[in-house]
Design a protein around this ligand. Structure first.
Ligand SMILES: Nc1ncnc2c1ncn2[C@@H]1O[C@H](COP(=O)(O)OP(=O)(O)O)[C@@H](O)[C@H]1O
Ligand SMILES: [Mg+2]
Length: 309
């Protein structure tokens, strides 16, 4: 796989001295959906803005499609579609003109079929003659997406795309994102909603306080960092964990009806077989057993917590 976006040792110190990004390096593969997950103020918008050439790096280099974002700005920028966090559209322009004009700004030749297809995919076709100012917030966001897609970008950035949007738009957006990905478009979205990263991303990058804490394949991230819990339901409730089992990391479930055993899926031995033997030796009979895996949310909270002072 080749990296379509490559960020190397990027640092951004805003005027006034605030370090928003600290030595960030990140390769984004062609055709993947990457979620940048991080709390408010983590530096997500700054990172995206730097890649799109809207914020100038203090140090470091960025290439898009092999083009340096500063020395070859036009070539790099033409590959990029950006749906910004804030709504920024010309209020008195119509939906269709907004989209067409944006394509023109990128020097692309007129293609009414592409514009129609894009507007239809976003359920904007019936509203194409409305002026932006007449639209609801959700519709305005759809226009922003249409605008970003007007020049057929190879890399699409969505900055907090679902913050405050309704369920319908969210669903349409994910369908569109998956379709674009199937066409080879690379998608980078930022979010502070863990469920969102879990739902849509192929890879997840966790960013906090201007630093990338990790970038991992979503499934491997979840199994690698994920801890599992084994819940053993007991036939007879117990008042306390027997002394003979005190070496195990066990906790007592509600009303003493179960034992909960936490283990690491990446460990060489889970210790489950031995635990069950020792349980039987202690005269305890189990009625049922189940496992559950921690979600991305637990992993995220753990990571951000560890990083906290
Ligand atoms: N133009 C600016 N001047 C100074 N500080 C800024 C500017 N833009 C953002 N910041 C600060 O940089 C940090 C990261 O901001 P941002 O990239 O918007 O984070 P996120 O998108 O993850 O919420 C925040 O603490 C923010 O206050
Ligand atoms: Mg932001």
């Amino acid at each position: 796989m080749t990296a379509i976006v490559s960020v190397k040792n990027l640092t951004k110190i805003y005027e006034g001295g605030f370090t928003a990004l600290n030595d960030v390096s990140l390769d984004i593969e062609q055709g993947e959906i990457l979620a940048l997950l991080g709390p408010n103020g983590a530096g997500k918008t700054t990172l995206i803005s730097a890649i799109c050439g809207l914020v100038s790096p203090t140090s470091g280099t960025i290439t898009v499609g092999g083009h340096d974002i500063i020395s070859e700005f036009r070539a790099a920028r033409s590959l990029i579609g950006l749906v910004p966090q804030e709504i920024t559209i010309e209020p008195f322009e119509t939906v269709i003109n907004t989209t067409k004009l944006s394509r023109g700004l990128f020097g692309m030749k007129r293609d009414d079929a592409h514009i129609e297809e894009t507007l239809r995919a976003l359920s904007l076709w019936d509203k194409r003659k409305s002026r932006n100012v007449e639209l609801s917030g959700g519709m305005k966001r759809r226009v922003l997406i249409a605008k970003a897609l007007s020049h057929e970008p190879r890399v699409l950035f969505l900055d907090e795309p679902t913050a405050g949007v309704d369920v319908e738009l969210r669903r349409d957006m994910w369908n569109l994102v998956r379709r674009l990905r199937d066409d080879g478009v690379t998608i980078i979205l930022t979010t502070h909603y863990i469920e969102e990263a879990e739902e849509i991303a192929d890879r997840v990058g966790v960013i906090n306080k201007g630093e990338i804490l990790l970038v991992e394949d979503k499934t491997s991230l979840m199994s690698k960092l994920g801890k599992k819990q084994l819940t053993i339901d007991l036939q007879q409730p117990v008042e306390a964990i027997p002394q003979s089992l005190s070496s195990y990391p066990l906790t007592l479930g509600p009303e003493g009806k179960s034992l909960i055993y936490g283990y690491d899926t990446s460990a060489e031995r889970t210790g489950i077989t031995k635990l069950l033997n020792d349980l039987a030796a202690a005269g305890m009979t189990m009625s049922d057993m189940s496992t559950s895996q921690s979600s991305l949310e637990d992993i995220f909270v753990d990571l951000v917590k560890e990083d906290a002072p």
